[in-house]
Design a protein around this ligand. Structure first.
Ligand code: COA
Length: 388
Protein backbone atom coordinates (compact mmCIF):
# COMPACT_ATOMS: atom_id res chain seq x y z
CA UNK A 1 0.00 0.00 0.00
CA UNK A 2 1.30 3.51 -0.82
CA UNK A 3 2.16 5.66 2.20
CA UNK A 4 0.25 8.62 0.69
CA UNK A 5 -2.66 9.01 -1.71
CA UNK A 6 -2.29 11.49 -4.62
CA UNK A 7 -4.76 14.21 -5.57
CA UNK A 8 -4.99 16.66 -8.47
CA UNK A 9 -5.36 20.25 -7.22
CA UNK A 10 -4.81 22.21 -10.44
CA UNK A 11 -4.94 21.69 -14.20
CA UNK A 12 -4.39 23.72 -17.37
CA UNK A 13 -4.99 23.08 -21.07
CA UNK A 14 -4.19 24.95 -24.28
CA UNK A 15 -6.52 24.96 -27.26
CA UNK A 16 -6.02 21.89 -29.46
CA UNK A 17 -5.61 22.25 -33.24
CA UNK A 18 -3.18 23.69 -35.76
CA UNK A 19 -1.70 26.39 -33.56
CA UNK A 20 0.66 29.25 -34.38
CA UNK A 21 2.43 28.94 -31.00
CA UNK A 22 5.63 26.92 -30.70
CA UNK A 23 6.36 24.26 -28.04
CA UNK A 24 7.80 26.73 -25.52
CA UNK A 25 4.72 28.96 -25.64
CA UNK A 26 2.41 25.94 -25.31
CA UNK A 27 4.31 24.71 -22.26
CA UNK A 28 4.22 28.17 -20.69
CA UNK A 29 0.50 28.57 -21.32
CA UNK A 30 -0.67 25.24 -19.89
CA UNK A 31 1.54 25.52 -16.80
CA UNK A 32 0.42 29.11 -16.12
CA UNK A 33 -3.22 27.98 -16.44
CA UNK A 34 -2.63 25.07 -14.06
CA UNK A 35 -0.94 27.27 -11.45
CA UNK A 36 -3.66 29.92 -11.59
CA UNK A 37 -6.37 27.24 -11.36
CA UNK A 38 -5.28 26.36 -7.80
CA UNK A 39 -8.10 27.81 -5.70
CA UNK A 40 -6.03 29.12 -2.78
CA UNK A 41 -2.87 29.78 -4.81
CA UNK A 42 0.46 28.02 -5.20
CA UNK A 43 4.07 29.27 -5.16
CA UNK A 44 6.13 27.67 -7.93
CA UNK A 45 8.90 27.03 -5.40
CA UNK A 46 6.55 24.46 -3.83
CA UNK A 47 6.84 22.23 -6.94
CA UNK A 48 9.61 19.79 -6.12
CA UNK A 49 9.53 17.52 -9.19
CA UNK A 50 8.16 17.62 -12.75
CA UNK A 51 7.57 15.14 -15.56
CA UNK A 52 7.09 15.95 -19.24
CA UNK A 53 5.34 13.50 -21.57
CA UNK A 54 6.31 14.12 -25.20
CA UNK A 55 7.33 12.11 -28.25
CA UNK A 56 9.42 14.98 -29.65
CA UNK A 57 7.47 14.91 -32.92
CA UNK A 58 9.31 16.27 -35.96
CA UNK A 59 12.58 16.15 -34.02
CA UNK A 60 11.69 19.02 -31.72
CA UNK A 61 14.18 18.93 -28.82
CA UNK A 62 14.42 15.17 -29.10
CA UNK A 63 17.02 15.28 -26.32
CA UNK A 64 16.54 17.09 -23.03
CA UNK A 65 13.07 18.52 -23.65
CA UNK A 66 12.70 18.46 -19.88
CA UNK A 67 15.12 21.39 -19.56
CA UNK A 68 12.78 23.48 -21.71
CA UNK A 69 9.88 22.68 -19.35
CA UNK A 70 12.06 23.69 -16.39
CA UNK A 71 12.64 27.08 -18.05
CA UNK A 72 9.10 27.74 -19.26
CA UNK A 73 7.49 26.57 -15.99
CA UNK A 74 10.03 28.70 -14.06
CA UNK A 75 11.23 25.63 -12.18
CA UNK A 76 14.94 25.68 -13.02
CA UNK A 77 16.68 23.80 -10.22
CA UNK A 78 13.93 21.21 -9.67
CA UNK A 79 14.37 17.74 -11.20
CA UNK A 80 12.44 17.42 -14.47
CA UNK A 81 12.25 14.15 -16.41
CA UNK A 82 11.01 13.53 -19.91
CA UNK A 83 8.81 10.43 -20.28
CA UNK A 84 8.40 8.94 -23.76
CA UNK A 85 5.92 6.16 -24.44
CA UNK A 86 4.53 7.40 -27.78
CA UNK A 87 0.84 8.36 -27.49
CA UNK A 88 0.86 7.24 -23.83
CA UNK A 89 3.76 9.55 -22.87
CA UNK A 90 1.62 11.77 -20.62
CA UNK A 91 -0.25 8.80 -19.16
CA UNK A 92 3.09 7.40 -18.02
CA UNK A 93 4.28 10.86 -16.90
CA UNK A 94 1.13 11.07 -14.77
CA UNK A 95 1.85 7.65 -13.34
CA UNK A 96 5.40 8.75 -12.45
CA UNK A 97 3.96 11.84 -10.74
CA UNK A 98 1.43 9.74 -8.81
CA UNK A 99 4.21 7.40 -7.65
CA UNK A 100 6.42 10.31 -6.55
CA UNK A 101 3.58 11.54 -4.31
CA UNK A 102 2.48 8.09 -3.13
CA UNK A 103 6.01 7.17 -2.10
CA UNK A 104 6.11 10.23 0.14
CA UNK A 105 9.30 11.44 -1.58
CA UNK A 106 7.72 14.53 -3.17
CA UNK A 107 5.02 16.88 -1.94
CA UNK A 108 4.07 18.79 -5.12
CA UNK A 109 4.56 17.43 -8.64
CA UNK A 110 3.88 19.02 -12.02
CA UNK A 111 2.92 16.69 -14.89
CA UNK A 112 2.83 18.09 -18.42
CA UNK A 113 2.06 16.60 -21.83
CA UNK A 114 3.05 18.34 -25.07
CA UNK A 115 3.16 17.79 -28.81
CA UNK A 116 3.59 20.11 -31.78
CA UNK A 117 2.67 18.08 -34.87
CA UNK A 118 1.19 20.26 -37.58
CA UNK A 119 4.45 21.92 -38.69
CA UNK A 120 5.67 18.70 -40.30
CA UNK A 121 5.07 17.97 -43.98
CA UNK A 122 2.88 14.90 -44.54
CA UNK A 123 5.83 12.63 -45.47
CA UNK A 124 7.68 13.56 -42.32
CA UNK A 125 4.45 13.15 -40.33
CA UNK A 126 4.13 9.56 -41.52
CA UNK A 127 7.72 8.96 -40.42
CA UNK A 128 7.16 10.45 -36.96
CA UNK A 129 3.91 8.56 -36.48
CA UNK A 130 5.55 5.38 -37.78
CA UNK A 131 8.41 5.45 -35.28
CA UNK A 132 5.92 4.61 -32.53
CA UNK A 133 5.16 1.25 -34.13
CA UNK A 134 7.49 -1.59 -34.99
CA UNK A 135 10.18 -0.35 -37.37
CA UNK A 136 11.53 -3.56 -38.91
CA UNK A 137 8.28 -5.37 -39.75
CA UNK A 138 5.66 -2.63 -39.86
CA UNK A 139 7.00 0.82 -40.77
CA UNK A 140 9.62 -0.27 -43.31
CA UNK A 141 7.03 -2.52 -44.95
CA UNK A 142 4.75 0.49 -45.40
CA UNK A 143 2.23 -0.18 -42.66
CA UNK A 144 0.87 3.09 -41.22
CA UNK A 145 -0.87 3.60 -37.88
CA UNK A 146 -4.21 3.79 -39.62
CA UNK A 147 -3.19 0.56 -41.37
CA UNK A 148 -2.60 -1.21 -38.05
CA UNK A 149 -5.95 -0.11 -36.67
CA UNK A 150 -7.57 -1.01 -40.00
CA UNK A 151 -6.33 -4.58 -39.42
CA UNK A 152 -7.78 -4.60 -35.90
CA UNK A 153 -11.09 -3.28 -37.24
CA UNK A 154 -11.27 -5.94 -39.98
CA UNK A 155 -10.61 -8.70 -37.48
CA UNK A 156 -13.13 -7.30 -34.96
CA UNK A 157 -15.75 -7.19 -37.71
CA UNK A 158 -14.89 -10.75 -38.72
CA UNK A 159 -14.97 -12.21 -35.17
CA UNK A 160 -17.88 -10.28 -33.67
CA UNK A 161 -19.86 -9.07 -36.68
CA UNK A 162 -19.15 -5.46 -35.66
CA UNK A 163 -20.98 -3.31 -38.23
CA UNK A 164 -19.34 -0.27 -39.89
CA UNK A 165 -22.23 1.79 -38.47
CA UNK A 166 -20.93 1.19 -34.93
CA UNK A 167 -17.51 2.58 -35.87
CA UNK A 168 -19.19 5.54 -37.53
CA UNK A 169 -21.32 6.15 -34.43
CA UNK A 170 -18.15 6.57 -32.33
CA UNK A 171 -17.07 9.43 -34.61
CA UNK A 172 -20.55 11.00 -34.71
CA UNK A 173 -20.81 10.90 -30.90
CA UNK A 174 -17.34 12.30 -30.26
CA UNK A 175 -17.85 15.13 -32.76
CA UNK A 176 -21.17 15.90 -31.03
CA UNK A 177 -19.42 16.00 -27.64
CA UNK A 178 -16.64 18.26 -28.98
CA UNK A 179 -19.22 20.85 -30.04
CA UNK A 180 -19.41 21.75 -26.34
CA UNK A 181 -15.64 21.82 -25.78
CA UNK A 182 -14.17 25.25 -26.62
CA UNK A 183 -10.64 23.75 -26.63
CA UNK A 184 -11.43 21.03 -29.20
CA UNK A 185 -9.85 20.92 -32.67
CA UNK A 186 -13.07 20.00 -34.51
CA UNK A 187 -16.28 21.69 -33.41
CA UNK A 188 -18.40 20.39 -36.23
CA UNK A 189 -21.25 17.88 -36.11
CA UNK A 190 -20.98 15.00 -38.56
CA UNK A 191 -23.55 12.46 -39.72
CA UNK A 192 -23.20 8.68 -39.84
CA UNK A 193 -23.63 8.67 -43.65
CA UNK A 194 -20.72 11.15 -44.00
CA UNK A 195 -18.43 8.91 -41.96
CA UNK A 196 -19.36 5.87 -44.01
CA UNK A 197 -18.90 7.73 -47.31
CA UNK A 198 -15.63 9.52 -46.39
CA UNK A 199 -12.49 8.75 -48.44
CA UNK A 200 -10.81 5.52 -47.31
CA UNK A 201 -7.55 5.91 -45.34
CA UNK A 202 -6.96 2.24 -44.47
CA UNK A 203 -9.97 0.07 -45.21
CA UNK A 204 -12.34 -0.26 -43.36
CA UNK A 205 -11.29 3.07 -41.78
CA UNK A 206 -12.08 6.30 -43.60
CA UNK A 207 -10.98 9.89 -42.98
CA UNK A 208 -13.65 10.45 -40.33
CA UNK A 209 -12.64 7.30 -38.42
CA UNK A 210 -9.21 8.84 -37.71
CA UNK A 211 -8.01 11.24 -35.06
CA UNK A 212 -6.40 14.32 -36.58
CA UNK A 213 -2.87 15.68 -36.40
CA UNK A 214 -2.82 18.20 -33.54
CA UNK A 215 -0.76 20.72 -31.56
CA UNK A 216 -1.42 21.24 -27.87
CA UNK A 217 -0.38 20.80 -24.26
CA UNK A 218 -1.94 20.10 -20.86
CA UNK A 219 -0.65 20.30 -17.28
CA UNK A 220 -1.65 18.83 -13.90
CA UNK A 221 -0.56 19.64 -10.34
CA UNK A 222 -0.46 16.74 -7.88
CA UNK A 223 -0.03 16.68 -4.16
CA UNK A 224 -1.01 14.28 -1.38
CA UNK A 225 -4.62 14.00 -0.22
CA UNK A 226 -3.37 14.99 3.23
CA UNK A 227 -2.05 18.34 1.88
CA UNK A 228 -4.65 18.92 -0.84
CA UNK A 229 -7.15 20.86 1.29
CA UNK A 230 -4.58 23.57 1.94
CA UNK A 231 -5.03 24.43 -1.74
CA UNK A 232 -8.67 23.66 -2.55
CA UNK A 233 -11.93 22.37 -1.11
CA UNK A 234 -12.48 20.26 -4.24
CA UNK A 235 -9.41 18.09 -4.93
CA UNK A 236 -9.70 15.12 -7.29
CA UNK A 237 -8.24 12.00 -5.67
CA UNK A 238 -6.35 9.27 -7.55
CA UNK A 239 -7.79 5.98 -6.28
CA UNK A 240 -6.21 3.53 -8.72
CA UNK A 241 -3.36 3.42 -11.19
CA UNK A 242 -2.30 0.66 -13.55
CA UNK A 243 0.20 0.40 -16.40
CA UNK A 244 1.40 -2.38 -18.65
CA UNK A 245 3.22 -3.24 -21.84
CA UNK A 246 2.83 -5.65 -24.74
CA UNK A 247 4.89 -6.71 -27.71
CA UNK A 248 5.61 -3.90 -30.16
CA UNK A 249 4.60 -5.52 -33.47
CA UNK A 250 0.99 -6.54 -33.95
CA UNK A 251 1.90 -9.90 -35.48
CA UNK A 252 3.65 -10.84 -32.22
CA UNK A 253 0.51 -10.24 -30.15
CA UNK A 254 -1.93 -12.84 -28.88
CA UNK A 255 -4.97 -11.11 -30.36
CA UNK A 256 -5.98 -8.64 -33.06
CA UNK A 257 -9.28 -7.75 -31.39
CA UNK A 258 -7.98 -6.76 -27.96
CA UNK A 259 -4.98 -4.90 -26.50
CA UNK A 260 -3.45 -6.95 -23.69
CA UNK A 261 -1.64 -3.87 -22.28
CA UNK A 262 -5.02 -2.16 -21.73
CA UNK A 263 -6.49 -5.24 -20.06
CA UNK A 264 -3.49 -5.60 -17.75
CA UNK A 265 -3.42 -1.89 -16.85
CA UNK A 266 -7.15 -1.92 -16.07
CA UNK A 267 -6.82 -5.02 -13.89
CA UNK A 268 -4.03 -3.36 -11.88
CA UNK A 269 -5.91 -0.07 -11.50
CA UNK A 270 -9.14 -1.70 -10.29
CA UNK A 271 -7.24 -4.01 -7.92
CA UNK A 272 -6.39 -1.07 -5.64
CA UNK A 273 -9.63 0.88 -6.19
CA UNK A 274 -12.32 1.13 -3.50
CA UNK A 275 -15.07 0.78 -6.13
CA UNK A 276 -15.71 -1.25 -9.26
CA UNK A 277 -16.51 -0.48 -12.88
CA UNK A 278 -20.25 -0.19 -12.22
CA UNK A 279 -19.59 2.92 -10.08
CA UNK A 280 -18.01 4.94 -12.94
CA UNK A 281 -19.73 8.21 -13.88
CA UNK A 282 -17.85 8.39 -17.21
CA UNK A 283 -14.68 7.26 -19.00
CA UNK A 284 -12.00 8.99 -21.05
CA UNK A 285 -10.67 6.32 -23.42
CA UNK A 286 -8.01 6.29 -26.14
CA UNK A 287 -10.05 6.57 -29.37
CA UNK A 288 -7.20 7.30 -31.83
CA UNK A 289 -9.34 5.50 -34.42
CA UNK A 290 -13.03 4.66 -34.02
CA UNK A 291 -12.30 0.94 -33.64
CA UNK A 292 -9.94 1.81 -30.76
CA UNK A 293 -12.84 3.14 -28.67
CA UNK A 294 -14.85 -0.05 -29.16
CA UNK A 295 -11.86 -2.23 -28.28
CA UNK A 296 -11.09 -0.02 -25.25
CA UNK A 297 -14.60 -0.45 -23.83
CA UNK A 298 -14.16 -4.21 -24.04
CA UNK A 299 -10.55 -4.31 -22.74
CA UNK A 300 -11.42 -2.08 -19.79
CA UNK A 301 -14.19 -4.52 -18.83
CA UNK A 302 -16.96 -1.96 -19.34
CA UNK A 303 -18.78 -4.38 -21.67
CA UNK A 304 -18.10 -8.05 -22.57
CA UNK A 305 -15.89 -8.75 -25.63
CA UNK A 306 -17.86 -8.11 -28.81
CA UNK A 307 -20.47 -6.02 -26.98
CA UNK A 308 -19.13 -2.49 -27.55
CA UNK A 309 -20.81 -2.04 -30.93
CA UNK A 310 -24.32 -2.65 -29.55
CA UNK A 311 -23.59 -0.48 -26.49
CA UNK A 312 -22.47 2.37 -28.76
CA UNK A 313 -25.33 2.04 -31.24
CA UNK A 314 -27.81 2.09 -28.32
CA UNK A 315 -26.47 5.54 -27.34
CA UNK A 316 -25.20 4.33 -23.95
CA UNK A 317 -21.82 6.05 -24.41
CA UNK A 318 -23.25 9.49 -25.19
CA UNK A 319 -23.45 12.21 -22.55
CA UNK A 320 -26.89 11.45 -21.10
CA UNK A 321 -26.42 7.72 -21.70
CA UNK A 322 -25.65 4.99 -19.17
CA UNK A 323 -21.85 5.44 -19.32
CA UNK A 324 -20.71 8.58 -21.17
CA UNK A 325 -17.41 8.05 -23.00
CA UNK A 326 -15.13 10.90 -24.04
CA UNK A 327 -17.37 13.84 -23.08
CA UNK A 328 -14.61 16.23 -24.24
CA UNK A 329 -14.76 14.89 -27.82
CA UNK A 330 -12.01 12.30 -27.40
CA UNK A 331 -8.91 12.04 -29.54
CA UNK A 332 -11.19 11.85 -32.58
CA UNK A 333 -12.65 15.34 -32.33
CA UNK A 334 -10.87 17.16 -29.49
CA UNK A 335 -7.60 16.20 -31.22
CA UNK A 336 -4.59 14.03 -30.40
CA UNK A 337 -1.29 15.83 -29.81
CA UNK A 338 0.46 12.55 -29.11
CA UNK A 339 2.47 13.31 -25.96
CA UNK A 340 -0.24 15.56 -24.47
CA UNK A 341 -3.23 13.23 -24.62
CA UNK A 342 -2.85 11.45 -21.27
CA UNK A 343 -2.70 14.80 -19.44
CA UNK A 344 -5.57 16.19 -21.50
CA UNK A 345 -7.79 13.26 -20.48
CA UNK A 346 -7.02 13.89 -16.80
CA UNK A 347 -7.77 17.59 -17.32
CA UNK A 348 -11.29 16.66 -18.44
CA UNK A 349 -11.71 14.46 -15.37
CA UNK A 350 -10.52 17.33 -13.16
CA UNK A 351 -13.17 19.66 -14.62
CA UNK A 352 -16.00 17.12 -14.59
CA UNK A 353 -15.40 15.88 -11.04
CA UNK A 354 -15.35 19.47 -9.76
CA UNK A 355 -18.54 20.37 -11.66
CA UNK A 356 -16.62 22.84 -13.86
CA UNK A 357 -17.15 21.33 -17.32
CA UNK A 358 -19.67 23.96 -18.38
CA UNK A 359 -22.07 23.01 -21.15
CA UNK A 360 -20.75 19.45 -21.28
CA UNK A 361 -20.96 18.82 -17.53
CA UNK A 362 -22.18 15.32 -16.64
CA UNK A 363 -24.64 15.85 -13.76
CA UNK A 364 -23.35 14.36 -10.49
CA UNK A 365 -20.05 13.11 -11.99
CA UNK A 366 -18.12 11.60 -9.07
CA UNK A 367 -15.87 8.79 -10.36
CA UNK A 368 -13.98 8.52 -13.65
CA UNK A 369 -11.33 6.60 -15.54
CA UNK A 370 -8.63 7.66 -18.02
CA UNK A 371 -7.13 5.17 -20.48
CA UNK A 372 -4.08 6.12 -22.54
CA UNK A 373 -2.48 3.81 -25.14
CA UNK A 374 1.04 3.99 -26.56
CA UNK A 375 1.32 3.41 -30.33
CA UNK A 376 -0.83 0.51 -31.45
CA UNK A 377 -0.97 -0.98 -27.95
CA UNK A 378 2.62 -1.64 -26.87
CA UNK A 379 1.93 0.27 -23.65
CA UNK A 380 -1.10 1.51 -21.75
CA UNK A 381 -2.08 3.26 -18.53
CA UNK A 382 -5.39 3.32 -16.68
CA UNK A 383 -5.99 5.83 -13.88
CA UNK A 384 -9.04 6.01 -11.61
CA UNK A 385 -10.19 9.27 -10.01
CA UNK A 386 -12.79 10.26 -7.43
CA UNK A 387 -14.12 13.66 -6.43
CA UNK A 388 -13.39 15.08 -2.97
N1 COA B 1 -11.03 13.87 -38.97
C1 COA B 1 -11.83 14.76 -39.61
N2 COA B 1 -11.38 15.62 -40.56
C2 COA B 1 -10.07 15.59 -40.85
C3 COA B 1 -9.18 14.70 -40.23
C4 COA B 1 -9.70 13.83 -39.26
N3 COA B 1 -8.89 12.97 -38.64
N4 COA B 1 -7.94 14.90 -40.72
C5 COA B 1 -8.05 15.89 -41.62
N5 COA B 1 -9.33 16.32 -41.70
C6 COA B 1 -9.88 17.32 -42.58
C7 COA B 1 -9.12 18.62 -42.49
O1 COA B 1 -9.69 19.50 -41.54
C8 COA B 1 -9.26 19.16 -43.89
O2 COA B 1 -10.56 19.73 -44.02
P1 COA B 1 -10.78 21.05 -44.92
O3 COA B 1 -10.39 20.66 -46.32
O4 COA B 1 -12.24 21.33 -44.74
O5 COA B 1 -9.87 22.08 -44.32
C9 COA B 1 -9.23 17.92 -44.76
O6 COA B 1 -9.67 16.84 -43.91
C10 COA B 1 -7.86 17.58 -45.31
O7 COA B 1 -6.92 17.71 -44.26
P2 COA B 1 -5.42 17.21 -44.40
O8 COA B 1 -4.67 17.67 -43.18
O9 COA B 1 -4.88 17.57 -45.74
O10 COA B 1 -5.61 15.64 -44.31
P3 COA B 1 -4.49 14.56 -44.54
O11 COA B 1 -4.97 13.69 -45.65
O12 COA B 1 -3.13 15.14 -44.61
O13 COA B 1 -4.55 13.75 -43.15
C11 COA B 1 -5.14 11.78 -41.95
C12 COA B 1 -5.66 12.94 -42.84
C13 COA B 1 -6.33 10.95 -41.52
C14 COA B 1 -4.16 10.91 -42.75
C15 COA B 1 -4.41 12.40 -40.72
O14 COA B 1 -5.33 13.18 -39.98
C16 COA B 1 -3.81 11.33 -39.84
O15 COA B 1 -2.70 10.84 -40.11
N6 COA B 1 -4.46 10.98 -38.75
C17 COA B 1 -4.00 9.93 -37.84
C18 COA B 1 -2.94 10.46 -36.89
C19 COA B 1 -2.34 9.32 -36.10
O16 COA B 1 -2.09 8.26 -36.62
N7 COA B 1 -2.07 9.57 -34.82
C20 COA B 1 -1.55 8.56 -33.93
C21 COA B 1 -2.62 7.61 -33.58
S1 COA B 1 -2.08 6.25 -32.63
Amino acid sequence: MPSEQAAVIGAGHTRFGALAEGPRALLRECVDLAVTSVDRGLERTEVDEAYLGTLGFNGWQIGNASAVLAEEARLVGAPVTRVENACASAGFALRAGIQAIESGQRSMVLVVGLEKMTDAASRRRRYWLGVSGDTEWERLAGLTFAGVYGLLASRHMHEYGTPPEALAEVAVKNHAHALKNPKAQFRKAIRREEVLAAPRVADPLGLLDCCPVTDGAAALLLTSVARARRYTDTPVRVVGSGAASDRLAVQERESLTSLAASRRAAAEAFRSSPWDRSALSFAEVHDCFTIAELIALEDLGLVPAGGAAAMTLAGETRVGGRLPVNPDGGLKAKGHPIGATGASQAYEVFLQLRGQAGERQIPGAARALTHNVGGSGASATVTLFEAG
